[in-house]
Design a protein around this ligand. Structure first.
Ligand SMILES: NC(=O)c1ccc[n+]([C@@H]2O[C@H](COP(=O)([O-])OP(=O)(O)OC[C@H]3O[C@@H](n4cnc5c(N)ncnc54)[C@H](OP(=O)(O)O)[C@@H]3O)[C@@H](O)[C@H]2O)c1
Length: 279
């Protein structure tokens, strides 16, 4: 049995589906229950209280770890999840980390994530780490304004990065969970092309078949919008990255193709699968 945390999110949902389709027994974990693919068991746990994961880990051979939001802080003790997994008899752990662990190691969330990667390496378990760059699904933040006003409002409209489709992250994670040849793998995951926010809005418009206006926010406007949901330090950190990606963040990584034997999916594929949320 394989335990998938963050199972109702952008990555966890297609990962759960892929593992179930591969014939694996899957226990899907999140705090709130949700509809699951046929045969998948859902168990509620809060990773802020790692011990709450113990019932789900009973009998598990492998674990996918996804930390969300405030779980990145050192006070969340995510290293305990690795210890509990080892004590429960889990043999293999795949961690969803971040490209920023390599490209901007001193950032507020990356220090804790690097520590978690190190804990995993030293755990004695079989492990693999996936380090994605920016997700295509970050465009979901624009869904409401596209539906209501036909507008995408974002800062730095002409500064792009090679956003990665969460479905590709999920497929790579599934390969790492299922195939021991990926043990010790550290995979940087990007999409196939650099794409700007303005070009993403154009891709959404093309899929809708109706115009989408791009409204460029100033950095201060974007920060004001973000700090309704995240602390100012995290908003500044994100804005620093998306305003001035460094060459390592613009590179098209070969790792999706190396693991899956096919090119990563372009942004327009993600839009095509998710167009309903923009209508
Ligand atoms: N977005 C990006 O550009 C980007 C780039 C690099 C790395 N990442 C990393 O990707 C991860 C986010 O992946 P995602 O987009 O798939 O996530 P997501 O769509 O935001 O979903 C989060 C999942 O985690 C669950 N969850 C949240 N808090 C939890 C808690 N305390 N205990 C148990 N489950 C919890 C959620 O369900 P409930 O709310 O019901 O619990 C949900 O299933 C983060 O680690 C982030 O650092 C993101």
């Amino acid at each position: 049995m394989i335990v998938v945390t963050g199972a109702t999110g952008n990555v966890g949902r297609p990962l759960t589906q892929a593992l179930a389709e591969a014939g694996e027994q899957v226990t899907a974990v999140s705090r709130r229950a949700a509809a699951m693919p046929r045969g998948v068991r859902h168990m509620a746990a809060d990773l802020a209280e790692p011990a709450s994961l113990l019932p789900a880990l009973d009998g598990a051979k492998a674990l996918f770890v996804l930390l969300s939001g405030d779980l990145h802080g050192p006070e969340a003790r995510p290293g305990d999840i690795i210890d509990l997994a080892a004590a429960s008899g889990v043999r293999r752990v795949v961690l969803l980390s971040s490209q920023g662990v390599a490209t901007r190691p001193l950032g507020p969330t990356r220090v804790a994530m690097r520590a978690l990667e190190d804990a995993l390496r030293e755990s004695g378990l079989e492990w693999a780490v996936v380090r994605p760059g920016g997700f295509a699904s970050n465009a979901l933040a624009w869904a409401e304004s596209v539906r209501a006003r036909g507008t995408v409002a974002a800062p730095f409209g002409d500064v792009g990065v090679p956003v990665v489709d969460p479905a590709d992250i999920a497929e790579v994670a599934a390969a790492c969970l299922l195939d021991e040849r990926h043990t010790g793998g550290v995979y940087e995951l990007t999409g196939p092309e650099v794409i700007t926010p303005r070009q993403q809005a154009e891709a959404i418009a093309a899929a809708l078949g109706s115009p989408v206006r791009f409204h460029e926010l100033t950095r201060d406007e974007a920060k004001a919008a973000m700090t309704r949901f995240v602390p100012a330090e995290l908003a500044d950190d994100t804005l620093d990255i998306i305003s001035a990606p460094i060459p390592a963040e613009l590179r098209i990584s070969p790792d999706v193709e190396q693991v899956l034997g096919r090119a990563p999916r372009p942004f327009k594929d993600w839009v095509a699968r998710n167009i309903a949320v923009f209508r």
